[in-house]
Design a protein around this ligand. Structure first.
Ligand code: ADP
Length: 273
């Protein structure tokens, strides 16, 4: 399975990616983590990315595309992967498509976690406070100014990807403000909908489908109900059926005719008097 996780900083991409790793046995490829590792190791890529990242700006497309191209060729990515933080621009998405097409591979789905900006800010502030309390190092870009930049970079450069993937029929949008487990469940539902359930639901034939499934399917316990060969319902047959329903057994004339006759005789009697 090959997935893309789309969402602003603090949307919960990392958390959901870890759960997808555990569930599907595929690898998480986070460009943010790879770039931070490059910065920490002081590689040429790290040197290019360091200041841009600290300011909350995007690293050039060609740099991240080259990292991803290398990474998806590794043996552990053969079974599938979750891209977390990549692609982040339409140009990166196109580069990814070309990369996969050359390998005769395709994306299975793009999961978008939708979260309001005000919630993102408080989530990141909480994350920073918790990391400080545990004595852990805080990311260079987890400060109010860089966060503002990361959010505006997301809206300007990454959010248009939702439309890009919607047009391709790959986008699954999830409410990222729901509790973590509910998000996980929503993602799982999107990824496991069988083809049969995706087909448009056909209305039951007019006249109802009362009776047990067994009766409807002609005594068969499993499989689709047998095709029904009913007479077509016309206005005439409907009228007949309605009249038969109203008429009690044994009564010869329809009630309204008898009533008419009685009321005619009553009229004549009144006239005579
Ligand atoms: P976030 O929490 O903002 O989603 P990430 O860990 O995914 O953070 O990325 C951190 C930073 O790394 C980004 O702000 C950006 O500078 C850089 N980065 C990560 N992925 C990409 C990418 N696909 N394209 C450009 N820059 C990237």
């Amino acid at each position: 399975m090959r997935l893309v996780l789309l969402g602003p900083p603090g949307a919960g991409k990392g958390t959901q990616a870890q759960r997808l790793v555990a569930r599907h046995g595929i690898v998480q490829l986070s460009t943010g983590d790879m770039l931070r590792a490059a910065v920490a190791a002081g590689t040429p890529v790290g040197l290019k990315a360091k200041d841009l990242m600290a300011r909350g700006e995007l690293v050039p497309d060609e740099v991240v595309v080259a990292i991803i191209a290398d990474r998806i060729d590794q043996p552990d990515a053969k079974k599938g992967f979750i891209l977390d933080g990549f692609p982040r621009t339409v140009a990166q998405a196109q580069a990814l498509e070309q990369l996969l097409a050359r390998k005769k591979l395709k994306l299975d789905a793009v999961i978008e976690l939708v979260v309001d900006d005000n919630i993102l800010v408080s989530r990141i502030e909480k994350r920073v406070a918790e990391m400080r309390a545990r004595g852990e190092p805080v990311r260079a870009d987890d400060n109010p100014e860089s966060l503002k930049k990361r959010l505006s970079a997301y809206h300007a450069q990454t959010a248009p990807l939702a439309d890009h993937y919607r047009k391709k029929g790959l986008l699954k949008s999830i409410d990222g403000m729901a509790p973590i487990d509910a998000c996980t469940a929503a993602i799982a539902r999107h990824l496991t909908v069988p083809a049969a359930r995706k087909a448009p639901v056909r209305k039951a034939p007019r006249g109802g489908t009362r009776g047990s499934v067994k009766a409807r399917s002609g005594g068969r316990k499993t499989g689709a109900p047998k095709a029904r060969t009913r007479k077509p319902v016309t206005r005439k047959t409907k009228r007949k059926a309605a009249a038969a329903k109203k008429r009690p057994a044994g009564r010869k004339l329809p009630r309204n005719t008898a009533q008419k006759r009685r009321s005619g005789r009553a009229r004549r009697l009144t006239k005579r008097r």
